[in-house]
Design a protein around this ligand. Structure first.
Ligand SMILES: *Cc1c(COP(=O)(O)O)cnc(C)c1O
Length: 473
């Protein structure tokens, strides 16, 4: 036990040193040479090595090569820094090491509070059992769409688990052109076929065009297909756009569709004064997904699906073979009955600690601060003559492109904007990723880090100009 204590303390110090020293290191650095070989090609040692040595390896070979998302100038994708509370409890979750499939122990029981906290936080109606933690929004979406599919088949008088999908009119799901790829993955995985995923166009603010949605549903009905689900976005990854949830809820109600909302990234924006009204109608959703491992900063991984009526998920997934039966499980049964995962990690401890440490007020401050950074960057961009804003700022994402004078033609401009993010990353002072928006190459900066400041925005724009000069020079 002395070895565990010593190495455990060293690891805790190392974690604290790493987090305290983030600003002294590049946001990201490429992994080259001996360290790359060590990471990718080392051999399993024949004899076990002492814990102290392993901690040493982590210090010298692992911590110097972060993805970058701990740094205040990481603006890529949708990845947050870890919450300190989440870091502290991670080794304790491992020390307890429960499987949160279900049962009568702290690991399974705490999840009930955390799921309810999440629902209450984002203003979604909660009933006991109405949700579970998952590896991320992708898995949460699979659970939501499987529940929707189950309900639709039941309503039509058959059982998709027993019958499979063949012999019935194809089920159609509606998403917008800005929806996350996890919806398509779910549709494919669940046997719906991406051909039956209707990708509805967006308007010029990147929100699902509800008239196009109505038309698509009418066309599918006329062809004898079975519309069953519409998935709206509350915070798209490209621009942070929030679809017209209330209107989409009306359309879903009119046609008996399952109304799903992807709030993986954007759900916490419901807490901000400016964006709260845009969430009207989201309490009408049949399912909502959100990712505590995004804006809330719960260390990866922690996603969540919230369900208006958990019975459909249980109907879609519950399978209790004799070796798993638990005669003492209450009415709700086990979490494992509501999704595909059996052994489930102790995610609720990280989420509980993160939320309890911030408190509701701290979460609101985090959301407001990061949203104000996105708006501030938009102002800097509009005030400059070599950047162009490409979308309204709704949440904490700013989408833009570099547009130097004299004007480049569309192709060289696209090529330059496509090359800039990697060039910025190589310089090590900021981390940016690109995308395509309305047919053009774009960059986007996503703000999730409470430590990011307005000065960091100026650095970002300076780094882009410097990277562009490198590329053009
Ligand atoms: C990240 C994200 C997802 C996918 O979530 P994972 O946690 O990566 O599985 C889905 N939708 C949106 C809007 C996202 O930002």
């Amino acid at each position: 036990m002395d070895e565990l204590r010593r190495a455990g303390r060293a690891a805790a110090d190392l974690a604290a040193d790493h987090l305290a020293g983030i600003m002294d290191n590049p946001v990201w650095r490429p992994v080259r040479g001996a360290d790359h070989d060590w990471l990718t090609r080392q051999d399993l040692p024949a004899a076990g090595r002492p814990l102290d040595d392993l901690v040493h390896d982590v210090r010298t070979r692992i911590l110097p090569y972060p993805m970058g998302n701990g740094h205040p100038r990481f603006f890529g994708w949708v990845n947050s820094p870890p919450s300190p509370a989440g870091v502290v409890v991670s080794s304790l979750a491992a020390a307890l090491n429960p499987s949160c499939a279900g049962g009568d122990h702290a690991g399974a029981l705490l999840e009930h509070s955390v799921v309810r906290w999440l629902a209450e936080l984002v203003g979604y109606p909660h009933r006991p059992g109405g949700g579970l933690l998952t590896s991320g929004a992708s898995m949460a979406t699979i659970i939501a769409v499987a529940s929707a599919r189950q309900r639709a088949a039941r309503r039509d008088g058959w059982d998709v688990r027993e019958d499979g999908l063949s012999g019935h009119p194809p089920m159609v799901m509606y998403v917008s052109a800005e929806a996350h790829g996890c919806l398509r993955k779910a549709a494919e995985l669940l046997g719906l076929g991406s051909r039956h995923l209707r990708v509805v166009r967006v308007d010029d603010t990147f929100r699902l065009d509800v008239n196009a949605l109505r038309t698509a549903i009418a066309e599918d009905l006329a062809m004898g297909l079975r519309p069953f689900c519409v998935a709206a976005s509350a915070g798209t990854v490209n621009t942070g756009a929030i679809d017209s949830l209330d209107e989409i809820a009306d359309i879903a109600a009119e046609h008996g569709l399952w109304f799903h909302v992807d709030g993986a990234y954007g759900a916490p924006a419901v807490l901000a004064r400016q964006t709260a009204p845009a969430f009207a109608g989201w309490e009408r959703a049949d399912s909502v997904v959100l990712d505590p491992h995004k804006w809330l900063g719960v260390p990866v991984d922690c996603g969540c699906v919230l369900l208006r009526d958990p019975a459909f998920a249980r109907d879609a997934f519950s399978l209790v073979p004799a070796y798993l039966r638990d005669d003492e499980a209450g009415d709700l049964g086990w979490f494992a009955e509501y999704g595909p995962e059996q052994t489930r990690q102790f995610r609720s401890l990280r989420a509980w600690a993160t939320m309890a440490h911030l408190g509701r007020e701290g979460i609101v401050r985090l959301v407001e601060h990061t949203m104000s950074l996105a708006r501030r960057l938009a102002v800097l961009i509009e005030d400059s003559d070599d950047f162009e804003l490409l979308a309204p700022v709704t949440t904490s994402i700013t989408a833009f492109r570099y547009r130097p004078r004299p004007e480049l033609g569309p192709d060289p401009l696209d090529a330059l904007n496509r090359a800039i993010p990697a060039a910025v990353r190589r310089r090590g002072r900021a981390f940016l990723t690109g995308t395509r928006l309305a047919g053009a190459e774009a960059m986007r900066a996503c703000f999730l880090n409470p430590a990011t400041t307005e000065q960091d925005l100026a650095v970002l724009l300076a780094e882009i100009r410097a990277a562009a000069a490198e590329l053009s020079g």
